[in-house]
Design a protein around this ligand. Structure first.
Ligand SMILES: [Zn+2]
Ligand SMILES: [Zn+2]
Length: 183
């Protein structure tokens, strides 16, 4: 029996696991718009709604408007990020949005980042949901990441010998899509 099943050798870039990007595209447009609105309304609040006692307090008001506006805007962006992040981790979106929004002072967000599950992706072969830490698909044995052929612990794609057991990795029959930088 072969440990290395590889059904679509040409799909993946070697060594890369298919994962959603963790960058600015994770922040939805609605939360950017809301963040700008939050910043603008904070400026309005500070400069036009709050009572002005002394005219020489302008620098103070500018600073207050800017810092509170930035704080609220970042909070809205954070909620937007969580709303997308929660889905790719197979966690309950409603519950976590509620926690992040309702718990004061960003505590909800801290709790979220402490407790969030690993990112899930799909096995390219059988579409089972798998965490990014898996080396093999638990349902079909599709190999997701390079492993040592002797101890089956994860190795780097550039390693020549296994860092755990010293096994010569050149002897392994690694699927072609996981091979990189080898002659
Ligand atoms: Zn699979
Ligand atoms: Zn090993």
């Amino acid at each position: 029996m072969s440990f290395f099943r590889s059904h679509n050798d040409s799909v993946d870039v070697p060594g890369q696991r298919s994962q959603p990007p963790d960058d600015l595209s994770m922040i939805p447009a609605w939360s950017v718009v809301l963040a700008i609105a939050a910043f603008a309304s904070m400026q309005y609040l500070v400069h036009f709604v709050l009572p002005h006692h002394k005219p020489d307090m302008l620098p103070m008001r500018l600073l207050m408007g800017y810092s509170w506006g930035t704080l609220f805007a970042s909070y809205v962006l954070l909620v937007g990020y969580v709303s997308r992040d929660v889905k790719r981790r197979n966690m309950s979106p409603g519950l976590w949005m509620l926690i992040v929004i309702m718990m004061p002072g960003g505590i909800g967000a801290i709790v979220y980042f402490l407790l969030r599950q690993p990112i899930l992706s799909r096995c390219p072969h059988c579409s089972t949901e798998i965490a990014s830490s898996y080396n093999f698909c638990p349902q079909c044995q599709f190999q997701m990441a390079p492993v040592c052929g002797q101890c089956f612990r994860g190795v780097e794609i550039t390693d020549v010998y296994c860092k755990q057991c010293g096994h010569d990795l050149q002897e392994d029959q690694v699927p072609a899509r996981l091979k990189a930088f080898r002659d």
